[in-house]
Write a protein that binds this ligand. Structure first.
Ligand SMILES: [Fe+2]
Ligand SMILES: [Fe+2]
Length: 188
């Protein structure tokens, strides 16, 4: 079930609970069920927001690769990934979700180029392997984009799951391996 339908069900439940509370108070203001339902009504949006925010990826200091400009790129990538996930989860319309994926791909390509150039400028020994990882990721995401043209919205479930894991693992693993080399060449 998509988040859009879940939100509709939450709204319908809130409406139903409100009616039951109102009917309970018609019997008397000491009706315990009505007071319990009021507590439930207050807690529902809080629980809903807690669940919703649980999917948002937040930047952490431990993700730092020790190079300020690349950290800023990674923060922007995480922001674009969150934007894409929100567009996908809430089915904000094909034009918007497709555009948010295009923005993410464009910035990812820009970032990969910049990162590869920095590694190349200081003769990073694992540059070729790192470039291959970047290329595999771009190829995969573009395959899914093509699939989107054929089947629409559902093609993006794969991209959402893939990117959430890949991006953080790449930043926190492969990218961090160049930190010492770049710092030793005066890049920080
Ligand atoms: Fe990176
Ligand atoms: Fe990278």
């Amino acid at each position: 079930m998509t988040n859009r339908y879940k939100a509709l069900i939450y709204a319908a439940l809130i409406g139903l609970i409100t009616v039951i509370i109102f009917l309970g108070f018609l019997i008397g203001f000491d009706n315990k069920i009505s007071w319990l339902l009021i507590a439930l009504l207050i807690a529902t949006p809080w629980v809903y927001n807690l669940k919703k925010n649980g999917k948002i990826i937040k930047w952490k200091a431990e993700y730092s690769v020790g190079v300020k400009s690349l950290d800023l790129d990674h923060q922007k990538l995480i922001a674009l990934l969150n934007q894409f996930n929100t567009a996908y989860d809430y089915e904000m319309g094909e034009a918007f979700e497709h555009q948010s994926l295009k923005d993410l791909i464009a910035y990812t390509e820009y970032h990969f180029d910049r990162e590869e150039q920095m590694m190349s400028d200081c003769n990073y020994p694992d540059l070729e392997e790192h470039k291959q990882q970047h290329q595999l990721m771009i190829d995969k995401i573009k395959q899914i984009e093509t699939k989107y043209d054929a089947i629409g919205h559902n093609a993006f479930q794969e991209v959402s799951e893939f990117l959430n894991g890949w991006l953080i693992n790449h930043i926190n693993g492969t990218d961090k391996q160049y930190t010492r080399h770049l710092n030793n060449h005066g890049i920080s």
